[in-house]
Design a protein around this ligand. Structure first.
Ligand code: A2P
Length: 325
């Protein structure tokens, strides 16, 4: 297993299991199976709605002697409704309770989007709509300066409740602004990254600034078909170049995409709830892509972002909410 080193010196496995979209009824057994296979890094979030079940899987694995807590790396994310400093700690404590943990390895701000607070007892996870029962539900913005949320995240580190803090879905401008004010600089940026969205400048900026990068949706369009956010013609798994490199290495196209992500120095967190694919996605450390192969894959870039609030907030949540433009 290869690892990524954070600016604190702490290390996490380059491959993690993404828990987004794993059905609740499968989550605990997928997590337990993954741990037995050798996964140690799990990428969770309040918004995924399956932290209770993920926590059951983790607890069973620990109780069953498969692993001890210190060998796991558990990431979770602060949801958009909890950006006000007075809600950050409560949101973290809720994730910890659900995950049956007393600390997180990494806590990330999920989006640079702050929406109206929803009390925990009213709805959890709150989701995107601020007023789901209204005739015309929307995402209602409640702007909070990022640094105010960040100060509350820093306090979680000071209290020992989280080891590392970071952000998701930020660009270089927001990162630069955050770095200029942070007492604890962000350890990690998690963003969508695959050969159709290589984000070379963002990756370079992070490397030069000591911020580690995790790529979500490292297989590209794959997870967006069922959400109707991608077209089958956008498949990277069926791309001729990826297929031919896969054949040369006697690996699957998915393994080539993941290996490319790891060789760029990023962590990758593909989701799978299928045992064969879970195993396949872990089997990445017995081959190397050549520089020519890496460059050829990089050249596939189309700046195609599948997970863009500027699109899906309007189509699915009735609200125009661009963040990258
Ligand atoms: P499945 O769970 O059936 O394996 P994400 O982009 O959120 O990481 O999701 C990855 C998507 O790709 C999921 O739909 C997952 O479905 C699928 N997938 C995961 N691993 C592989 C693989 N090795 N080959 C093909 N599809 C994969």
């Amino acid at each position: 297993m290869e690892t990524i080193q954070l600016n604190s010196g702490r290390k996490l496995d380059s491959i993690g299991l993404g828990l987004w979209k794993i059905e609740n009824e499968k989550t605990s057994s997928v997590v337990r199976t993954a741990i037995q296979m050798g996964y140690r890094h799990f990428d969770s979030a309040c918004d995924y709605g399956n932290e209770i079940e993920a926590g059951q899987g983790i607890a069973e694995a620990i109780a069953g002697g498969d692993v001890c807590r210190e060998d796991l790396w558990i990431t979770s994310k602060l949801w958009n409704t909890y950006h006000r400093p007075e809600h950050v700690r409560a949101a973290l404590l809720k994730s910890l309770k659900d995950l049956q943990l007393d600390y997180l390895d990494l806590y990330l701000i999920h989006f640079p989007i702050s929406s109206r607070f929803v009390p925990f007892e009213e709805r959890y996870p709150p989701g995107w709509f601020s007023n789901p029962d209204d005739a015309n539900p929307k995402v209602i913005e409640d702007p909070v300066p990022i640094i105010e949320t960040w100060r509350a995240m820093e306090q979680l580190v000071d209290e020992g409740l989280v080891k590392e803090i970071g952000v998701c879905n930020f660009g270089t401008s927001l990162l630069r602004d955050l770095m200029s004010q942070a007492t604890i600089p962000p350890a990690m940026l998690q963003v969508e990254m695959h050969p159709y969205l290589t984000q070379d400048k963002l990756l370079r900026y992070c490397k030069e600034s000591g911020i580690a990068v995790t790529a979500f949706s490292p297989l590209g369009a794959q997870s967006y078909y069922q959400l109707q956010m991608a077209d089958s013609s956008e498949s990277l798994l069926e791309h001729d170049l990826i297929s031919s490199i896969a054949q040369q290495h006697n690996k699957s196209p998915a393994q080539i995409l993941l290996r490319w992500g790891i060789q760029r120095g990023t962590a990758v967190v593909p989701k799978s709830s299928n045992e064969d694919r879970l195993r396949e996605n872990l089997d990445l450390f017995n081959f190397n892509l050549s520089q020519d192969e890496m460059d050829g894959i990089n050249d596939l870039n189309r700046n195609r972002r599948f997970n863009d609030p500027g699109d899906f907030c309007e189509s699915a949540f009735n609200t125009f909410f661009p963040i990258y433009e």
